[in-house]
Design a protein around this ligand. Structure first.
Ligand code: TYR
Length: 346
């Protein structure tokens, strides 16, 4: 694969690359490495899968990939995960992420998994964190983290340490590329600014789009109907998609279309399959699509009606998450330990 092909693969389905020039130089000069971090908080859902899918592109483009299970971050962020659940949630995230990587057509064995507490307590890391704290203003730090860290009326100090640690992770993991949802932008822009003063290099950043929720607007962790969970059965997926916000001809904030574009089509592409919309003969019969753009064009023109699109989209989404669901189905104990309130014994 030449540099142009590798760049294409790595940057497709992203919203922003900071900067493309740096990325090109990186590919020309060295064997690149990328990392993505997840704070093991709530249950993983299809939004995570959309972001994760890209790891398959990285691997194919010859980029070393590290997945950081940022256990301490999950606690530092307004105690989203209680301290004594960090281990169990980290184990669950790792399992779910392995499933997603596999479902995206890559081998989880090719990815390195690291936990935050494996290295964030090292002396060198800790010392640098204090130095960073001494040199970075509260307002700059707060601004950087505002899209990520939960803000309450009386915020904890943890939310300020959080972005500094995320910055130090780039260096500790020796990553050339920091990859994540575009909500991470503020933090990594801070990293680009301050990491060179702390013995590291500005990371090249690659951001994935954040998808709309199924009820229109943002996907929300607390609104069950707004997202498909990885443990949802095909019937549940069908029901959620059936009720989703998907007005005829409307592309904006249409979660169903966004899932097709960013999750279903990329995965079908890897599998060499097409997307089929089943439609009764009287309405024109089945439609077969090989690209998302064709679906969108038909949807906008009115050729493809939401009532026909939704059941086919639901079954395609179910199909894509199926390997993850199966993997998690054997992990009752893991889920019960990680989320005792949802899955624990009554
Ligand atoms: N901020 C990321 C999230 O929102 C988690 C993360 C933590 C990412 C540390 C990278 C990192 O180094 O989940």
């Amino acid at each position: 694969m030449d540099t142009a092909e590798r760049l294409d693969l790595v940057t497709r389905h992203t919203t922003e690359v900071v900067t493309e020039d740096e990325l090109r130089t990186l590919f020309e000069e060295s064997d690149p490495s990328a990392y993505i971090g997840y704070a093991p908080t709530g249950e993983m859902h299809i939004g995570h899968f959309t972001t994760m899918r890209k790891l398959a592109d990285f691997l194919r483009a010859g980029v070393d990939v590290t997945v950081l299970i940022a256990d301490l971050h999950a606690h530092l962020d307004d105690n989203k995960s209680p301290f004594d659940l960090l281990d169990a949630r980290s184990a669950y995230y790792e399992t779910a992420i392995e499933g997603m990587i596999e479902a995206a057509g890559a081998d989880p064995e090719d990815v390195e998994f690291v936990r935050g507490t494996d290295f964030q307590l090292d002396e060198e890391y800790t010392l640098e964190m204090y130095r960073m704290a001494a040199e970075t203003t509260i307002s700059r730090t707060q601004r950087a983290a505002s899209e990520v860290v939960r803000e309450s009326e009386s915020p904890n100090l943890g939310g300020l340490i959080y972005p500094l640690m995320q910055t130090l992770d780039v260096k500790a993991l020796d990553a050339d590329i920091a990859y994540g949802g575009v909500d991470q932008r503020g933090i990594y822009m801070l990293s680009r600014e301050i990491l060179p003063d702390h013995g590291g290099e500005s990371p090249i950043c690659l951001f994935a789009p954040l998808l709309s929720g199924l009820s229109g607007g943002k996907m929300s962790a607390s609104d069950e109907a707004s997202k498909v969970n990885l443990t949802d059965s095909p019937d549940e997926v069908d029901e959620k998609i059936g009720q989703a916000y998907c007005p005829a001809g409307e592309v904006e904030e249409n979660g169903v279309l966004e899932y097709l574009e960013h999750l279903v089509f990329p995965v079908l592409d890897v599998r060499g399959e097409s997307f089929v919309v089943e439609r009764p003969e009287e309405y024109g019969g089945d439609l077969t699509y090989d690209s998302y753009d064709e679906v969108e064009a038909d949807f906008v023109s009115g050729e493809l009606h939401p009532a026909d699109l939704k059941p086919s989209a639901a079954s395609a989404i179910s199909d894509v998450i199926d390997p993850v669901r199966e993997r998690l189905a054997d992990e009752d104990e893991l889920l019960a330990e990680a989320y005792p309130e949802t899955y624990g014994a009554e």
